[in-house]
Ligand binder design. Structure first.
Ligand code: N2P
Length: 361
């Protein structure tokens, strides 16, 4: 009872003098948080050891939160950075966030390890001069599946929409990538702004809804691993991560091609620890550190020095589903920032969801 009263008293002081309390505490909080780097990254996207190594090397703490999609990241940052120092948007979202003033320009003098990056990731069209971002990892969206359950290999987007897979397929809760691969399958561009083509992709999903068990967040690979679905359309590395423990899991880039992406380290505007954030970026770009992360998450490394130095696992480098051959690479397409046409995708996506929820009743 006494504890309850004390709690109530503290609560009342808190709501009566919120600014006063914040002011009263601010010096202490600043000192305590000066050595804390706040990182906001996709789930299953780092080797935890790399975080520990950074903490040790710079005598700091890392606060690490995860998100499931670019849309979630943008929704968190747009109303005002709640205190993150590092975020990891995909290329099209670097363009969007940069143009909205949501990113801090990088001081390249604090990031000399930029020199380690492969030339093809330097000065990209979505972020000229790498003003706001440097590449972190890259990969594809493809077919994760359990070969024992399927009874053979999958090689086309069309394979997963067969009636025999009713209720056994998860797609991703990522509207541009998911509608993008359907557009590719239908023979269109994943960056189409043609309303008829986007509607055809929408109608294709609605027509084949019986196979769709779920639109999974970034952790959809767990549904496959736990046997809740037999096919999970997922990001490449997430499937390879579970394949390390489960020998029945396979990943395939469909023959029609798919979405490729690059995710990038960036500092959101108003980050409380910009210099420490630049130290972190520089640390990740060290060949051994970059390789440690890629070897763990099983995505492609943009770090040429890590590849040339022999730090990337040979088995991964030789896997064409992680490091595609030129032939496969010619069928991979980036989702670009398409400006206003994004609304057409938003509408199509909502219509898919509405059609599917209606058909449950
Ligand atoms: C890792 C997510 C990969 C990011 N879980 C896709 N852009």
């Amino acid at each position: 009872m006494k504890r309850l009263l004390v709690f109530l008293l503290l609560f009342l002081i808190g709501i009566t003098f919120p600014t006063g309390c914040a002011f009263f505490n601010s010096k202490k909080t600043d000192e305590a948080s000066a050595n804390v780097l706040s990182v906001y990254n996709w789930s299953t996207y780092i080797d935890p050891q790399a975080i520990k190594d950074f903490e040790k090397k710079f005598n700091v703490k890392v606060k690490y939160d995860t998100y499931e999609s670019n849309e979630d990241l943008l929704a968190k940052i747009r109303p005002g950075n709640p205190g993150y120092d590092i975020i990891v948007p995909s290329s099209d979202y670097v363009a969007i966030m940069g143009s909205e003033g949501l990113l801090e320009p990088l001081n390249h003098q604090n990031i000399p390890n930029i020199k380690n990056l492969s030339k093809r990731f330097i000065d990209p069209p979505f972020d000229r001069g790498n003003r706001y971002s440097v590449p972190y990892q890259w990969g594809t969206m493809g077919l994760g599946y359990n070969i024992k359950k399927i009874g053979g290999e999958l090689s086309s987007w069309g394979d997963i929409f067969e009636p025999r897979f009713a209720g056994r397929v998860s797609l991703m809760e990522d509207l541009r990538a998911t509608l993008g691969v359907i557009l590719i399958y239908l023979g269109y561009e994943p960056n189409s702004s043609n309303i008829e083509e986007i509607r055809k992709a929408r109608d294709f999903l609605i027509k084949h809804q019986e196979v769709i068990a779920a639109f999974a967040p970034d952790t959809g690979q767990n549904l496959l691993d736990q046997g809740e679905v037999d096919i999970a359309v997922e990001w490449s590395g997430d499937i390879f991560q579970i394949a390390e423990e489960n020998e029945d899991i396979r990943y395939a880039i469909p023959k029609e091609g798919t979405i490729i992406w690059t995710d990038n380290l960036a500092i959101p505007a108003g980050a409380p620890h910009k210099e420490l954030a630049e130290k972190f970026i520089n640390f990740v770009l060290e060949p051994e550190v970059g390789a440690k992360i890629s070897n763990f998450v099983k995505y492609g490394s943009p770090n040429q020095a890590a590849i040339d130095g022999g730090f990337i696992e040979k088995e991964d480098l030789e896997n064409p589903e992680i490091y595609p051959t030129p032939d496969i690479a010619s069928r991979l397409k980036y989702a670009d920032d398409i400006g206003k046409a994004t609304e057409l995708y938003d509408d199509a996506w909502t219509e898919v969801k509405v059609a599917m929820s209606n058909s449950f009743f």
